[in-house]
Design a protein around this ligand. Structure first.
Ligand code: NAD
Ligand code: MG
Length: 390
């Protein structure tokens, strides 16, 4: 029996994880559920899954969580605050952690799970972008077992199951849907709205990653994620736009072979792989009918209209704190865009500006990375306030 902590349980990935868990009461049990601030939604999930512990990041929501659990007649223990979440991520009551908090807010609990040697189903890609070297070192030193829960990286994981295969590895290619604005020129992106940006053509996801998909920053974050997960330099990580989102990524070997993993765009497949690997379990996702799908198209990404992808490669090559700066600037810019405070094209402009202005010092400690993250956020918020002022 895998005893699972789902961090970010009320989100898109968290909900999919609980769906898969609910299909396998004989082998999976949700022991810990964690959310950001919506106590009511968390209590609702507790009614269904009856975990031993439920935690909410927002301490002001503690009473609502505790009282809601009591009113529902549950003996789930209520907790609040980031320290409590980190402690639950490391707690011996679970052996498996789904890291699906959005943004840098997920770093400390992800690190705590890695240091506790858990099987880590890692959806929170921002923690690798912010502190990939430290996180991967913690995974190695503490014997954690990491399964990527990003469709592309999960595909590569499935195609590269053992170390022998890696000897002959030439390069990987991440596929990208191209997002809702694929095919538009830069000029045609000037006035797009948050509602248009989050309407992804193929995947149903949370608002932050949906905007990242629209700017192609998501693919940039994924290049950095792949660098850390698979220990590859940036020039061996390519990006291929594939609008059908059925080929989830490709691995090319020195002998001319290319392996790919295909499937419908539904994260429950990756999550089922993460829970059961090296076994396979049902996920609720139907098999792929290529005749019904008809065709698979591929094209090169447009780096002029979508400069965020280029900026991510540049940050990865710059090293040091640069990817922490990239991530922090992007999180602040995306949040301001979603609030209607800045234009879509201001997202790459703010990120590029931050990469130029902020120092790229060595990133040998968590403190240095968190300091770069905090300084970048403060500076980008200032720039946003100036831009949003009438
Ligand atoms: P979402 O916005 O739907 O859900 C985010 C979850 O995090 C919610 O449960 C929210 O309550 C919780 N949360 C937010 N701030 C928190 C905090 N400070 N402390 C504790 N919990 C907090 O996001 P999502 O789409 O599920 O994405 C989650 C992560 O998975 C992101 O890093 C994203 O990049 C990654 N990811 C998502 C998908 C997808 O299909 N949705 C695919 C690949 C990777
Ligand atoms: Mg992805």
């Amino acid at each position: 029996m895998r005893r699972v902590a789902v961090l970010g349980a009320t989100g898109s990935i968290g909900t999919s994880a609980l769906d898969v868990i609910g299909r396998h009461p004989d082998r999976l049990r949700a022991e810990v559920l964690v959310a950001g601030r919506n106590a009511e939604a968390l209590v609702g999930l507790c009614r269904t899954h009856r975990p031993a512990h439920a935690a909410i990041a927002d301490e002001a929501a503690y009473a609502a969580l505790r009282d809601g659990l009591r009113a529902a007649g549950l003996d789930t223990e209520a907790h609040a605050g980031m320290d409590a979440i980190d402690a639950l991520a490391a707690d011996a009551a679970t052996d498996t952690v789904v890291a699906a908090i959005v943004g840098a807010a997920g770093l400390s609990s992800t690190l705590a799970a890695a240091r506790a040697g858990k099987r880590l189903l890692l959806a929170n890609k921002e923690s690798l972008v912010l502190a990939g070297d430290l996180l991967m070192r913690a995974v190695r030193e503490h014997g954690a077992d990491i399964v990527p829960i990003d469709s592309e990286h999960n595909a590569i994981f499935q195609c590269l199951p053992d170390a022998h295969a890696r000897d002959g590895l030439k390069r990987i290619q991440l596929t990208a849907s191209g997002g809702p604005f694929r095919g538009r020129s830069r000029a045609e992106l000037a006035n797009v709205t948050p509602a248009q940006a989050v309407a992804h053509p193929k995947w149903s996801m949370g608002p932050k990653i949906s905007v990242d998909s629209a700017t192609l920053m998501n693919k940039g974050l994924e290049v950095i994620e792949a660098h850390h997960l698979f220990d590859l330099p940036s020039d061996r990580i390519g990006v291929l736009v594939h609008p059908q989102s059925l080929v989830h990524s490709l691995v090319e070997f020195v002998d001319g072979s290319t392996l790919a993993q295909l499937g419908l765009p539904d994260m429950r497949t990756a999550l089922a792989v993460g829970f059961a690997w090296p076994e396979r379990i049902a996920s609720g996702v139907a098999g792929l009918d290529l005749l019904a799908q008809g065709r698979l198209d591929f094209e090169a990404p447009d780096l002029d209209a979508f400069p965020c992808l280029r900026l991510a490669y540049a940050a990865l090559d710059a090293g040091g704190c640069a990817t922490a700066v990239l991530n922090a600037a992007n999180e602040e810019a995306v949040s301001a865009f979603l609030q209607g405070r800045i234009a879509f094209l201001s997202i790459p402009a703010l990120v590029e500006d931050a990469l130029h202005r902020m120092p790229h010092d060595q990133a040998d400690s968590l403190e240095a990375l968190l300091a770069a993250d905090a300084a970048t956020r403060a500076s980008v918020r200032d720039a946003i306030t100036r831009e949003a002022a009438p």
